[in-house]
Design a protein around this ligand. Structure first.
Ligand code: GAR
Length: 205
């Protein structure tokens, strides 16, 4: 099974959805560790409860972004992940970091990219009068939320929606979309080539 390290900054519900998927022995990936840049991220305790190794390095404990990332990279050397999954990790990785794991870092973003990258995505979708919203799993490249798209799922925007109610609806499809996307990557059925996600034609199998 492919070794996965999950990066979180918060509650970690996406991390838990990945962890739950990996409990099926036929799933092609396993989570070997969870990293957070926040010591109090709720997801850290949830992962530890399930017997997963956790580590936290806080940005404020380092003089520079480079030093912070060096600490993370050193621990990653030990964990030897094949794939890194960002799951609510709210910090941009440097080009040097991404280059070290080129084509092997995934992220989930709660919008239908390329619409609404970055913060406040749900409010911006509502302000734009969108009638659908959704989530995107994509390869991480240097541009924020810009990498090649692996999988997406859509939900309706309903009358009376607030950013919170829309976020909650999108989150429910995040929890099925991320395990699906990770499965495709772990099985080698999708790859990043020349800046695009190349997905194997299921008919050609
Ligand atoms: C999720 O909605 C995820 O898509 C989003 O943060 C939430 C984390 O929830 N990520 C971003 O906004 C990344 N820029 P979780 O901690 O419960 O998985």
């Amino acid at each position: 099974r492919q070794r996965v390290v999950v990066f979180i900054s918060g509650g970690g519900s996406n991390m838990m959805s990945l962890l739950n998927a990996t409990t099926d022995p036929s799933y092609p990936a396993e989570i070997v560790a969870v990293f957070s840049d926040k010591a109090d991220a709720g997801g850290l305790a949830k992962a530890a409860d399930r017997g997963i190794a956790t580590f936290a390095f806080l940005r404020k404990d380092y003089d520079s972004k480079e030093a912070h990332e060096a600490a993370i990279l050193a621990e990653l050397e030990r964990q030897a992940p094949d794939i890194i999954c960002l799951a609510g990790y709210m910090r941009l990785l440097s080009g040097a970091f991404i280059g070290r794991y080129e084509g092997r870092i995934l992220n989930i973003h709660p919008s239908l990219l390329p619409l609404f990258p970055g913060l406040h995505t749900h409010q911006r979708a509502l302000d734009a009068g969108m009638r659908i919203a959704g989530c995107t799993v994509h390869y991480v490249t240097e541009g924020m939320d810009e990498g090649p798209i692996i999988a997406q799922a859509a939900v309706p925007v309903l009358p009376g929606d607030t950013a919170d109610s829309l976020a909650a609806r999108v989150l429910t499809v995040e929890h099925s979309t991320y395990p699906l996307a990770l499965k495709l990557v772990a099985e080698g059925r999708v790859k990043m080539e020349d800046g695009r996600a190349v997905i194997e034609d299921p008919v050609a199998q």
